[in-house]
Design a protein around this ligand. Structure first.
Ligand SMILES: Cc1ncc(COP(=O)(O)O)c(C=O)c1O
Length: 382
């Protein structure tokens, strides 16, 4: 007895020290429910269902809409509910970004279109803007952060854009792009913080409600918030609406942090420490603006944080079991579905019903083969 007490003491101490780490990890990953009362807060971007309908008419003249919504028997069986895949990876630029960019460029005055457009992007928005500008005869300059994906850089150049690799982070590239727009009298097109961009992305939400009116959950990746802000706006204030679920990588989840703050707290803007994430499409390097936070607060229901390993696994599952090649951000919804279903037992989610029909937004398919090969190696080695 005497001899075991130092051991017991050590064990007890180890347990005590491990407890905060374990709960920090549980807190790092998981599902957060946006408070109902906060859904009544105003949206200062003024994204509306009528704006989304107008965007649908505008962009529907240039691109084939709707994108397919496919039932997945494999995933439905795996999760015990109906899983549908919204194939935004099937657009001309391999992501949904073509929608917001096109809606914005087509909304410009002819004289502004002639002067040209500027954007900053890690890749998908760049291609969306370049494609939209080429379609409507505008010159485009795209500023991409140093170290942007070579595949995305190359594709953007091929679309006729002038690509500048400048800025050590996305935030710095944005500042450079805004400077160019000011100096050259061109229009800066934000990746998300613009009503026209958000309403363009919102056309996805409208299509889903038309394609599967009784969908229970619509799940998509959350970066700056334009994608899910738009999609959730399509169902805003409808008597019967699905739950809108946004998914972030735990390595880069500043939007969730802002949503968890008191809405009355003064807005803040600060750099976000950047940790690598396979979901590079959603990477942001600065706290999202108060306008975007308000938009999401008033529209979203759940926000899920997932880890890198489950996102990588989701990329492989989507490829191997459904034949869909998606990038990290495009796989976040599947990783998020898995996490949110597991979290339904948590007291904070009491009253959230298990969904019968879910739509996963496969928001982008632009992944380098080398990256895909590396993921495959990492997972087959386990
Ligand atoms: C493939 C993909 N999915 C999701 C997102 C997130 O979109 P948002 O920044 O509008 O939240 C992005 C952003 O670029 C993306 O490229």
């Amino acid at each position: 007895m005497m001899r075991s007490s130092p051991l017991r003491f050590t064990l007890a101490l180890a347990l005590l020290l491990a407890l905060p780490a374990a709960s920090a990890e549980a807190d790092r990953l998981g599902t957060y429910r946006v408070k109902q009362a906060e859904r009544r807060l105003p949206d200062r971007l003024q994204v509306s269902r009528s704006g989304i309908r107008a965007a649908q008419r505008r962009i529907g003249e240039k691109i084939q809409l709707p994108t397919p919504l496919l039932y997945s028997p494999e995933l439905s069986k795996q999760y015990g509910l109906e899983v549908y895949l919204k194939l935004e990876s099937s657009t001309a630029v391999g992501s949904f970004k073509i929608r917001g960019a096109l809606n914005t460029v087509l909304s410009l005055k002819a004289s502004d279109r002639k002067r040209g457009v500027v954007a900053a992007s890690t890749g998908n928005h760049a291609q969306g803007v370049a494609w939209a500008a080429r379609e409507s005869g505008s010159a485009t300059t795209i500023v991409m952060p140093e170290g942007a994906s070579p595949l995305k850089t190359e594709k953007t150049r091929k679309l006729g854009a002038t690509v500048l690799l400048a800025g050590s982070s996305y935030g710095k590239s944005v500042a450079i792009a805004e400077g160019i727009a000011r100096q050259e009298g061109k229009t800066f097109i934000s990746g998300y913080e613009d009503r026209r961009v958000v309403e363009g992305q919102g056309t996805i939400g409208k299509e889903i409600l038309d394609q599967l009116p009784d969908v229970d959950w619509v799940i998509g990746a959350l970066g700056g918030g334009g994608l899910m802000g738009g999609i959730a706006s399509a169902g805003h204030r409808l008597a019967r609406r699905p739950l809108y679920v946004g998914v972030q990588s735990a390595n880069n989840a500043p939007m969730l942090e802002e949503l968890r703050r008191d809405p009355a707290a003064p807005p803040r803007r600060k750099p976000v420490p950047v940790k690598h994430t396979i979901a590079d499409g959603t990477l942001v390097t600065e706290t999202p603006s108060a306008k975007m936070v308000d938009l999401l607060r008033s529209r979203m229901d759940l926000v899920v944080r997932v880890g890198e390993r489950s996102t990588e696994r989701a990329i492989l599952t989507l490829l191997d079991r459904t034949g869909n090649r998606v990038e990290g951000a495009g796989a976040l919804p599947l990783a998020g579905l898995e996490k949110a279903l597991a979290d339904l037992e948590r007291p904070s989610l009491r009253g959230v019903a298990r969904p019968k029909k879910v739509v996963l937004i496969l928001s982008g398919g632009n992944i380098d083969q080398a990256k895909l090969d590396a993921i495959r190696r990492r997972h087959s080695a386990r």
